[in-house]
Design a protein around this ligand. Sequence first.
Ligand code: ISE
Length: 353
Amino acid sequence: DVLRIGVVGVGIMGADHAERLARRTAGARLVAVADPDEVRAKELAGRFDGVRSGGDALELIAAEDVDAVILASPGSVHEEQVLACLAAGKPVLCEKPLTMDSESSLRLVQADREVRGRLGRSLVQVGFMRRFDPEYSQLRSVLAGGTLGRTLLLHNVHRNASVPHADFRSEMIVRDSLVHEIDVARFLFGEEVVAIQVMSPAPTTHASPGVVDPQVAIFTMAGGGLVTNEVFVNSQVGYEVRCEAVAERGSVVIGRPSAGLYSATLAADGSGQWGGTVPADYRTRFATAYDLEVQSWVDSALRGESVGPSVWDGYAATAVSSAGMTSLATGERVTVDLVDPLTLSPNASSTKE
Ligand code: ISE
């Protein structure tokens, strides 16, 4: 069986997913790419045999020869595009963030529930690829295995050498970068985030004027555990993503590139030196995670199942980042309002601490 796939959005991640589908995903065939920037879409399609390009996402989603869709478009257009996939009955892997505000994410949870009622399965997977990273999934197994006792704290570090757009404002750091840590916290604790506080340290001179970078965010988990997060998107150096979990009888660190690597070389002055390199960006650091994510999505779509981060995970993360944006503006701790997962109606208890 082969799943014929269309990719919407041909930026960094769209191009990366297209390459993955065309060259190394079993059971997948890339058939079309679409982007409002038709020149760029055509250039991407031209790298592969028999792949067409177009400017209209909705046309690609509706196309007869497209069985499933990867959305690598901006979050602001995800609602319309995910709804189109649901209407067409096609599995969709939607890059994070699911949408830009909780209301629209909740509408997608509702729409996907209706589909689930009819088809018996969800059609939406959200692109929280870290869940597929071997280190994060091992860490989760260790914590869930219980030998270390209850998880108490997580300390996350998330650095990018730089960010592409001059318009990568403070809010974008919360929605687009911190959102990964929100999902990691929910994934590793197996609980919702109930409150968030975002602090604004003195910014680096490498940030655009007025942009808060680095940021430090603290999450409170439903069971009372705390998560500290540093997000620094203009670190100049490279892509560093680390996580340390602290439990009652031990701690575990993941994401240290040097851990498995001892490299002895000559320095410029001729002396011996040791050390590894810092990956340039997420495509390198999470290459395996993305491959496993997409392979697992394709395999489950062919089986008629859905696995992986759900539309609820996307909604919960959006709700936390929305509260994070309020906190970014005030510096205060803000509680997160999630609807009741069963009824999807407002849940009075979720706002209590
Ligand atoms: C980007 O969109 C990602 O998802 C990366 O993982 C993150 O590190 C980066 O800050 C985001 O802009």
